[in-house]
Design a protein around this ligand. Structure first.
Ligand SMILES: [Zn+2]
Length: 181
């Protein structure tokens, strides 16, 4: 089984063609099917397209986090947290927080590095957890160990992990401290 190289070249740019041709094909020869990869059910929604558009360049970690962020946000409404913290959490979990990386992806800023510590990539996780400024907040608290153990793939993964660690209270503290960073 091989890619139909001629057809691919007719449809895509040079750069995309070389990326497609590097993708190995299945040895089982399954039938072709349409699949919209950013959602777990494979269905395209206008809501998600809008969200991707706002993100600018796609980031696979953020794309994968969309479903999880939506579910999490539904529960968030019922929780007893200050509205400004909820607002912050919603933006951070949906990748809309104004860090240099998110602004760069939306073409409104030219530098992607952190202006505080010069880290090469000021992501939301960097700004809220890893930056020198953030570290000075976390290092002084007993939440530090929990934060070290949590996954850092996307902000939503981090927050959900803390919530599922059996310390609901800690999750609220984490959001409040992250907001303060
Ligand atoms: Zn930094």
């Amino acid at each position: 089984m091989e890619w139909n190289e001629g057809m691919i070249r007719n449809l895509f740019s040079e750069e995309a063609v070389s990326m497609i041709l590097q993708i190995p094909l299945s040895l089982r020869s399954p039938h072709d099917s349409l699949f919209w990869y950013p959602t777990s059910d494979g269905l395209f929604t206008v809501r998600l397209a809008y969200w991707l558009g706002k993100l600018g360049h796609e980031d696979w970690r953020q794309v994968g986090a969309f479903d999880r962020a939506q579910r999490w946000w539904r529960d968030m409404g019922k929780r007893n947290i200050l509205p400004k913290i909820k607002h912050f959490a919603g933006k951070a979990c949906n990748g809309f927080m104004a860090t240099n990386e998110t602004l760069w992806r939306r073409h409104t800023r030219e530098i992607v590095s952190c202006t505080i510590c010069n880290h090469p990539n000021e992501t939301i996780l960097h700004a809220t957890l890893e930056c020198n400024l953030a570290r000075s907040v976390w290092d002084n608290g007993d939440l530090d160990q929990l934060i070290q153990a949590a996954p850092k793939t996307a902000f939503i993964d981090f927050v959900s992990w803390v919530e599922n660690s059996g310390r609901k209270q800690a999750a609220d503290e984490v959001l409040t401290l992250a907001w303060a960073c």
